[in-house]
Structures are given as structure tokens and as C-alpha cells.
Design a protein around this ligand. Structure first.
Ligand code: GDP
Ligand code: MG
Length: 820
């Protein structure tokens, strides 16, 4: 708990101090040191400040400051102590000359709590944060996935030298200003979560730009260690750097690392512990000089802020003053509790106008100029650029890959190879999985006596889950390609090549990849939008992806096109895909025009140098995606197949009792003569085929009848309505549902059964197809939308919008067809 929450008269042990360096130093000088006991003595009449007793003194502390100190109440510590643990003696206590007294044990407890270090990874995109994260957090246990509103952070924990380290992989940013959602996210994380230590990963061979973010961390005066990552590339280029000197100048320890091969990471961790324990010699707070004119205007503002007693202690006064002077929007959010904020803003506004009139540029530009000046100065003394051209390889490849004429065909070729591998190579393991589930189904059918239980397990769970599990190989192959493309740097080129086209849709080049993936499966496609930095582009991409006809819709299309448009099947298929794309484009344009008139992040995209992907990263990526998919199968899909099964099985029609009698007879017969079991199985299958047609009294039939009026204008009847409803959990279920609805004795052709049923004409079949195409893909997609947007509202919007579009388009097709 926080010290500010400690009630009058209660005692606690100090566990952790947060906030910027200056604050921590001041508070430590007053006796608030980890492991010390502190007692809340007296609330002032206004509840602020509070008098605390620590190290034999009475000290006054503001509530806002006390909130930065984490404590463990004595009562709780004692509870944790039963049964009393035995401690090995380390230091001799004055009162008990051992460590058995209450004060000693409390200290032990607090050390135990103390050993948790919260570390955050910040740095430019592509600087190797995730590589560091994986190399460190993968050492053992627990890696979780947390999605935020627009971006997400990964959290992992591991033990090192008796410490528990919680590591957070934050999204990549070029700075911690508050322009992009990522930047705001990172800043809020630093402000709200107050990590103990920051790892700032920088690309060693590209210090000038990478250290910009570091200068912002210097302003924030947070305990930071710089990981000079990709040190191998620096060495390869022949460059030299005196990083110890550089670190001393910037007041931040710097450790060379090669995250790809886990080199230098132990040293990095040791430094983290040193920083945490206050044993690092390099760290110190420096003020970057922003030049006389700015400093002159900054000083009076700082002085005003110093007077305030409600200023948050996460960052130093100078930082707040700088941000106010810059007119930073986020700072207003973070200081909104301060009484004097309006006055400060007023002063800041005036002062920044003065700066602008004197320098001729706005404060922000001037400050960032000064930051680059500081970096250049520091590098001048410590860095010697290499003479070997390491970019040569990249430039050569790019001359081919991003070539005006060759780039596009090459890209198409890559896509073609990717998709044909997905479908062709994936087909074999798919068949094996199909066989596996078929076998499991048969075995289960033989093992479980006929009846509701058998039907649930065999026709509900096994066939339902099986029909979705068969896509696992495709997903793995798809992600093999995507992972290779991402890690090598080709993905950025693909986005670059497609950017012009996507821009016409109001989207970003990077939107292209997820939309393309949507043809495979919408769920991973929506997850792949994470690479899009721009918030609005990402949202629009997420919302239009469901119109990309996924592979689950393909069987339905093939079935109907074959049955009702046998002479033009291919044209119908292509037409449907194109229709989906067209609706996606229209939707994107509409969203851009109405909800998101402007793309809030400027269009800049980095083309990183080509790098050889590592096997471990690729395999991890594939495994991650596979695990996510399997989890979905085990949850959403499983549940919905059970629900559908239930709805179509109950209530039981009267005649079923006969069946059941018959099946009991079967069972008797089976026990009587085992050798006839094959015969029995054939007979059983026949039985099922006869009884399997739609259960007309079931709930699902009732639902079909209820929904029929809504779909009647599209030429649908209650049976096709059921098929459309069962497509909600997964489009894969449509074909199997139709199979049940229209099943007859002949085995080969649901197709013919559909033709002969009289339920469909080409006209109503066309409407059905269009509806299936545009209707929302499946529950898994909707839940992916909810996860990735971080809001149920967008998921609901997607359901409503896609359903409406599907209905209108289906209606249009049916009506217009009728005119001819
Ligand atoms: P992030 O965007 O900051 O999370 O960066 P990633 O961890 O995804 O790394 C970006 C690319 O740099 C990947 O292709 C990595 O394989 C590569 N990479 C990471 N660390 C190193 C390193 O120390 N040396 C080299 N040569 N490449 C690295
Ligand atoms: Mg990353």
C-alpha cells in the first residue's frame, strides 16, 4: 500500500520509493529509506500534510509525496511471518544482537518485497526491444499478453540473482512527446506505473537519432540504463565508440548488447540491480542546456512550479516546466489536479511567445534542435564513424526489390508463393488432422452408447472443433511467411510498394498486409494490424478486414456456385472476392470521411536494413500464433458448437423414442455378437442418416422460422435462414448445417440435394452468397476486434454494420435480379 493510505497511529515498513531522482534523493535524506519503519503520527486539520515518525524524527510529508512511497503495514508483515521463518544471520542488530527482534524481521520481510524490480523497455521501433524482452523473459516462466486501447505492452517476469524482475515491453517510439497513441501510451506508463528502472534500447550504429529519446528520459530524471544494442553491427561497420565516456557525459550507464545472441544481457541486468540498489556510479541527473533564451523563460516558470505543493513527483519540476512551455497537451492531463495549472499555462503561453519572437521558431522546434545539438556534441567526443559501408547490401537488395518496375511483379510473386504454400502445403497436414478427428469421432461413437451424450460428443464437439482445427497448418505456414517477411525487413518494403494504392483508400501502406491475410483468416489478420502505428488507420483496417473473404467462406461459395451457376462458377467466385474488396474500399472511404477525417500520425515509414531472421524468433512467432488459435478453438469455438448442437438437438421430437428403442436393441445385438460389429456400424450410420435430417421441433428450427420474415425479402426460407444463423460461430459450419438440413440417402451431393430441394433458385442463391460474403465472419473475428480495439463498442459496431450491409446487398441482388 501507499504511505499516504496509512492510518493515524499505524506503523509500516518502507518497501519502495518511486518518482524522479531528485525527489527520491530528498526523501531519502529525510530518513525514508527502504527497510525503515515509519509511523503515521498526526493528520493536519486539512488532512495535508501528514506528520510521520521515521528514524527518530518527526517529518511532515504531503499526501501527494507520501503516495510515492510504497509501504508494508506492520500487521500484514506479521501475518506473513507465521510460522516464523528462520533467517541466516547477516548483520548484527543492536537491540537483539542477532536478527530475531521485531525490527529485524520486518526488515527481512521488506527486503523480500524489495527484491521486486519493475523494469520498462523503451526505445525506437526496430531497436531490438522485443529481442531483449524475449531473451530475458524467456529464461523462465510466464509471458502474458495485454492489449491496451490502441497498442499493447507485453509483460514477463523472471528471477535474477535473488531479484524478481518484471519486464514490460512497451511499443516503439521515436520520442515521448504526445503525438502518436504509442507515445501517449509510453508516457502514461512511465507516469502511472512508475517503473523502477528503464531500459532504453538504442541502435548502436544509429546513435544520433536513437539518443533523442534518451535526452527525454534525461529530462524526466528516471533511473535509466542504455542498452547499446546491435553492437555487432557497429563493430562490423568499423565504427568506434567510447561508451563509458558517453555514458558519463549523459549521466546514464551504457551497456553494449547483441540481443539477437543474448550477448551483454547479464551485464545489463547487473547494472539494473546496481541502479536499483543505488550502487551505480555513472548515474546522475544532468540538465541539458536549451540555450539562454529558452532557459531565461524557463526559469521563472520553474520557480512558480517549485512553490506548488501539489505537483506530481513522478518527474522533476524542470520537466513539467519544459512541457508546459512546449504547450504539451498530455501534460495538462497529468497536472489537472494542480490548483495553479491555469496560471502556469498562462505564464507558459506568454513565455513561449517571447521565445518564438526572439528565436523565430516555436519552443518545441528550438528544444529539439538543442537536444540534437547536445547529442552531436557528446558524440563528437566519443564516436568515430566507421569507414565500411554496411548499408551496401541493403541498398543493393532494395535496388531490385523496391524497383519502380520490378518491385510490384516481385511482390505479386512473393504473395503468390505465400498463398499457394498456405493452401497447397497446408492441404496435407490438413488431411491428416481431418482423418485424426474422423477417427476420434468413430472411436467415440463406438465407445459411447447412442443417445444425447454420444450425439453431443461426436456430432457436436468433435466434428465442430475438428472442422476448425484443420486450419492449424495453414495458420502455421502463413505465419512462417509473415514472420520471415517481418524479420528480414521485406514487410516494410511491401507496405512501401502498396502505399500509394492504399492511400487512395484513406489507409496506410501497412494496412495492406492484414487485408491480404484476411483472405486466409480474419482473426490473425486483425491481430496483424498491430504493426500499423496510426490509430485511425489501424481501426479502419480492423473494421474492413472482415469483408476480405476468408478461407472459411470458400467452401460455401464453391458449393453454391457449383450448384446454381455451374457454367460460370469461376466468374462467380472471382466476382464475390471483388465485391468484398469493393465493399471494404467503400467502407474505408466512408469511415475516413465521417469518423476519422484525418490520419493523426504523419506518414513516415522507416525502411530498416535487411537482416537475416533468426530461427528462434521465427519459431517463437509461429508458436505464439498457433497457441492463440488453439486457445480460441478451446474456448469460443468449442462453446458455440455445443450451443448449436444443443439448439438443434432439443427439444426431442416424439418419434425419436422409437429410434432410441432401436438403438438399445442395437446395443443388445452388439453385445450378443461382437464379430458382426462392422455390420453394426454400417447399420448405425444408416440409422443416423435417416434420423439426422433436421429436427423440426428443435429450437434451431424455431429460430429459423422466427428469422425467416427478416430474410424473406432476400428470397430465403426458414431452412436457409438456419444456415445463415449457424454461420455466426464460424462460416465453416454453413456447409455442415446445409448437409444436415438437406441430407438425403445419396452420399455424393449436397449440391444436387440443394438443386432438387426447390428451396433455392439461382436468384435466391446469389442473394445467399452475397449475404454470406458480407455478413460478419465469425465469433472469433468479433472477439478479435473487441480485443484489438480494446472496446466492445467497435465489436458491436462491426456486427451491426456488416449485418446491415449484408442484408442490403443481398436484398439489392435479389430485387435487381427480379427486374430482369
Ligand atoms: P523492436 O521493434 O524494438 O521490438 O525490435 P525487434 O526486437 O523486433 O528487432 C528488430 C530487428 O533487429 C529484428 O530483425 C532482430 O532480429 C534484429 N536484432 C535485434 N537485436 C539485434 C542485435 O543485437 N544485432 C543484430 N544484428 N540484429 C538484431
Ligand atoms: Mg517490438
Amino acid at each position: 500500500m501507499k504511505l499516504s493510505e496509512l492510518r493515524n497511529g499505524e506503523t509500516a515498513v518502507i518497501v519502495r520509493l518511486s518518482g524522479h531522482g531528485g525527489f527520491r534523493k530528498r526523501i531519502m535524506e529525510m530518513g525514508f529509506i527502504r527497510g525503515e519503519k515509519v509511523k503515521s503520527v498526526l493528520d493536519s486539520p486539512m488532512h495535508d500534510p501528514v506528520k510521520y515518525h521515521v528514524m527518530g524524527y518527526d517529518v511532515l510529508l504531503r499526501r501527494s509525496e507520501a503516495a510515492m512511497i510504497e509501504v508494508l503495514p506492520e500487521e500484514e508483515a506479521k501475518k506473513e511471518l507465521t510460522p516464523a521463518p528462520t533467517f541466516t544471520s547477516m548483520s548484527i542488530c543492536e537491540t537483539c544482537s542477532g536478527n530475531s527482534c521485531a525490527s529485524c524481521t520486518l526488515k527481512k520481510i521488506s527486503t523480500r518485497r524489495n527484491n521486486v524490480i519493475n523494469v520498462a523497455l523503451v526505445g525506437n521501433p526496430n531497436s531490438g526491444k522485443t529481442s531483449i524482452f524475449n531473451a530475458l523473459a524467456n529464461q523462465n516462466e510466464h509471458v502474458g499478453n495485454y492489449s491496451g486501447v490502441t497498442v499493447d505492452a507485453k509483460v514477463g517476469s523472471f528471477n535474477y540473482k535473488g531479484y524478481r524482475i518484471n519486464l514490460t515491453d512497451l511499443p516503439g517510439t521515436y520520442s515521448i512527446a504526445a503525438y502518436s497513441p504509442e507515445e501517449i501510451y509510453v508516457r502514461r506508463h512511465l507516469f502511472e506505473q512508475m517503473p523502477d528502472i528503464i531500459i532504453n534500447s538504442v541502435v548502436a550504429s544509429n546513435l544520433e537519432r536513437n539518443l533523442y529519446l534518451t535526452t527525454e528520459l534525461i529530462d524526466m530524471n528516471l533511473r535509466t540504463v542504455v542498452a547499446l544494442n546491435m553492437y555487432d553491427e557497429l563493430l562490423a561497420s568499423g565504427a568506434e565508440i567510447d561508451y563509458e565516456h558517453l555514458g558519463a557525459m549523459m549521466g546514464i550507464p551504457m551497456i553494449p548488447t547483441v540481443a539477437k545472441n543474448s550477448k551483454g544481457l547479464d551485464k545489463l541486468l547487473d547494472t539494473i540491480i546496481d541502479l536499483f540498489e543505488g550502487n551505480n556510479k555513472t548515474i546522475r541527473h544532468i540538465h541539458i542546456n536549451y540555450g539562454n533564451i529558452i532557459e531565461e523563460q524557463l526559469a521563472p516558470l520553474s520557480a512558480e512550479l517549485h512553490k506548488a505543493d501539489d505537483l506530481p513527483q513522478q518527474f522533476p519540476v524542470r520537466y513539467w516546466a519544459l512541457k508546459l512551455l512546449e504547450g504539451d497537451k498530455e501534460v495538462v492531463n497529468q497536472l489537472n489536479r494542480c490548483m495553479e495549472l491555469p496560471r502556469w499555462q498562462h505564464i507558459a503561453h506568454n513565455n513561449s511567445k517571447k521565445v518564438q519572437s526572439q528565436i523565430g521558431v516555436d519552443v518545441e522546434t528550438a528544444i529539439s534542435g538543442a537536444k540534437y545539438g547536445f547529442i552531436n556534441g557528446a558524440l563528437q567526443e566519443t564516436y568515430k564513424p566507421g569507414n565500411k559501408d554496411t548499408q551496401k547490401k541493403t541498398r543493393r537488395i532494395d535496388r531490385l526489390v523496391a524497383n519502380r518496375w520490378l518491385g510490384f511483379p516481385l511482390f505479386i510473386l512473393v504473395m503468390w508463393v505465400m498463398f499457394s504454400s498456405v493452401f497447397m502445403l497446408g492441404a496435407y497436414p490438413q488431411e491428416w488432422i481431418e482423418m485424426l478427428f474422423g477417427w476420434i469421432g468413430e472411436e467415440a461413437a463406438a465407445a459411447i452408447p447412442a443417445g444425447a451424450m454420444q450425439d453431443l460428443i461426436v456430432n457436436g464437439i468433435i466434428s465442430g472443433v475438428g472442422s476448425v482445427a484443420v486450419f492449424i497448418p495453414q495458420i502455421l505456414i502463413l505465419y512462417l511467411f509473415i514472420s520471415l517477411m517481418e524479420d528480414s525487413g521485406y514487410m516494410a518494403r511491401a507496405a512501401f510498394i502498396m502505399d500509394r494504392l492504399m492511400h487512395k483508400m484513406g489507409l496506410h501502406g501497412k494496412s495492406f498486409i492484414p487485408m491480404l491475410m484476411g483472405f486466409g483468416c480474419n482473426v490473425p489478420a486483425i491481430m496483424a494490424t498491430r504493426t500499423i502505428e496510426s490509430h485511425s488507420s489501424r481501426l479502419i483496417t480492423i473494421l474492413v478486414t472482415p469483408f476480405m473473404s476468408c478461407s472459411a467462406r470458400l467452401p460455401v461459395m464453391v458449393l453454391f456456385a457449383g450448384a446454381f451457376f455451374p457454367d460460370h462458377a469461376a466468374i462467380v467466385l472471382v466476382g464475390l472476392y471483388l465485391l468484398g474488396i469493393a465493399v471494404a474500399i467503400i467502407t474505408a472511404r466512408l469511415l475516413r470521411l465521417t469518423k476519422f477525417p484525418k490520419d493523426e500520425t504523419p506518414f513516415v515509414m522507416e525502411l530498416p536494413p535487411y537482416r537475416l531472421p533468426t530461427l528462434s524468433a521465427t519459431l517463437r512467432h509461429m508458436w505464439d500464433k498457433c497457441a492463440q488459435y488453439v486457445k480460441k478453438i478451446g474456448t469460443v469455438i468449442l462453446l458455440s458448437t455445443v450451443v448449436i448442437w444443443f439448439l438443434s438437438y432439443y427439444p426431442r421430437p416424439e418419434e425419436r423414442t422409437e429410434n432410441r428403442v432401436q438403438s438399445t436393441e442395437n446395443r443388445v445385438q452388439r453385445t450378443e455378437n461382437r464379430e458382426q460389429s462392422t455390420e453394426y456400424r454400417v447399420q448405425r450410420t444408416e440409422n443416423r442418416e435417416q434420423s439426422d435430417g433436421i429436427n423440426e421441433s428443435s429450437f434451431i428450427a424455431m429460430i429459423g422460422h422466427a428469422v425467416e420474415p427478416v430474410l424473406e425479402p432476400l428470397g430465403q426460407n426458414w431452412r436457409s435462414s438456419i444456415a445463415l444463423i449457424t454461420s455466426i460461430p464460424a462460416k465453416e459450419l454453413v456447409v455442415s448445417t446445409l448437409g444436415v438440413l438437406y441430407s438425403s440417402d445419396s452420399d455424393e451431393s449436397i449440391q444436387q440435394d440443394l438443386q432438387h430441394s426447390g428451396d433455392f433458385t439461382p436468384r435466391s442463391a446469389a442473394a445467399f452468397l452475397v449475404f454470406i460474403l458480407l455478413f460478419f465472419p465469425c465469433i472469433a473475428t468479433i472477439s478479435a476486434i473487441a480485443d484489438e480495439t480494446g472496446s466492445k463498442r467497435w465489436a458491436l459496431f462491426s456486427i451491426a454494420y456488416n449485418t446491415a450491409v449484408a442484408w442490403i446487398a443481398g436484398f439489392a441482388v435479389y430485387t435487381i435480379w427480379g427486374l430482369f
